[in-house]
Write a protein that binds this ligand. Sequence first.
Ligand SMILES: Nc1ncnc2c1ncn2[C@@H]1O[C@H](COP(=O)(O)OP(=O)(O)OP(=O)(O)O)[C@@H](O)[C@H]1O
Length: 376
Amino acid sequence: MSALAPTTIASPPAFAQPWLDLDAVTLGYGRKTVVEQLSLRLPRGTIGCLLGPSGCGKTTVLRAVAGFEGVLGGEIRLDGQVVSTVGRHVAPEQRRIGMVFQDHALFPHLTVAANVAFGLRGHPDAQGRVREMLETVGLAHAAQRYPHELSGGQQQRVALARALAPSPRLMLLDEPFSSLDVELRERLGSELRALLKAAGTTALLVTHDQHEAFAIADEIGVMRDGRIQQWASAYQLYHQPANRFVADFVGQGAFLPGEVTDGLHVRMELGTARSDHPIRCTEHGDLCPRGCAVDVLLRPDDVVHDDDAPTRAKVLHKAFRGAEFLYTLELASGATVLSLVPSHHNHALGEAIGIRVELDHVVAYKREGAPPLRCG
Ligand SMILES: Nc1ncnc2c1ncn2[C@@H]1O[C@H](COP(=O)(O)OP(=O)(O)OP(=O)(O)O)[C@@H](O)[C@H]1O
C-alpha cells in the first residue's frame, strides 16, 4: 500500500508566463465581499475550471474577468496586460474574450450563420470563417436554420462557434451544458475540450458539476465561500483532497474513525492500513503522532467485497450502475462505508457480506471533536 501525503491547501502553481493571471482579486456587491484575495494562473492553451457549490462566487469571478464587474482589490492580467485593477478597467468589448453561458443567448431572429457572423464585423473573410466554424462544430448543414429549429445541444454548439469565430484571447464558459441531459452533457464536454485544444484557446470554465469539470478542464480549483480550497488536476482532487470540504465535494466516499499507531499505520474498524508516507492528518500538513485520532477517507473503490474477509458488513442500500453496484454498507459499530462491487455480486438488502480495505494511499483528517493536543 502506498501513501500520498495530503496536499497542503494549494496556492496556484507558479507558471513562468501565465496567460490569464488573477492576483489576490477581491470582488463584491455593495458592501458585501463575495470573493476574497483569489489568485489563479492559467498558462496559454490551458483549460481551467472553478468548481463549487451554488453561491460560492464562481460566476462573480467570471464576470470580473469578462469586465462586467470591477475589482475591489488585486489585479487581473490577460496576456501580460492589466485589464482590471482598482484604478484601471478595460471595457469588456476591448478584452477580446469569448463567452458561452448555459442559456445559449443566441439571437432568435438571426439564422445560425448570421449568429456566428455576429462578432466578425470587419473580418476580411467573414463568410469563410463562418463556414469553417460551422464545419468545426458539425453544423454546416444547419447554416440557414433558426435557433428554435435546433436541439439544445446544437444551439450550444452554435453559441460555441459564435464565441470562437473571432479567435478570442480567452474563452469564458459558465455552466455551458447544465441545461442539457447528463449523457449529452458529458459528450459535449469532451467535444468542447477537443475544440478548445485544437484551437489552442485558453479557457476558464465555471460549474458546480464535477463531471462537467472533469470532462473539460486540465486544472480545477474547488471553491468555497469565495476562496479556492485546492487547485489541482481532477486526479489529485479525488485522490489527494486538501481538506474535508474538497474530499466531500469531489467524488463519493465515507470517513471512518481511525487511530494512528506509529505514524505510518492507522488502525480502523476495517483493519490496519499502512502508509508509505508519514500520515499527516491536519489540513495544514502536520505529522500525526502515535495515538492521533483521525477520520480516514474511504472511497467506494477502496472497500473491496471479499467473501473470505473476516469483516462482515450489512447491505443498507444498493444502486445499480450497470457494470457495478454501489453498496452502502453498515459495519458492526454502526458506521457506514460505500463499496463498488461488480454487478454479478447481487446481494439482498440486509445481507451481510465480507469486505476488506484496499487503500492505495491514506488520506486522513484530524477527527472532529478530538482532544486538541493529540494531533497536529
Ligand atoms: N448582482 C448581485 N448583487 C448582489 N449580490 C450578488 C449579485 N450577484 C451575485 N450576488 C451574490 O454573490 C454571491 C456569489 O454569487 P455567484 O453568482 O458568483 O455564485 P456562483 O458560485 O456562481 O453560484 P451559482 O452556481 O448559483 O451561479 C452569492 O451570495 C450571490 O447571492
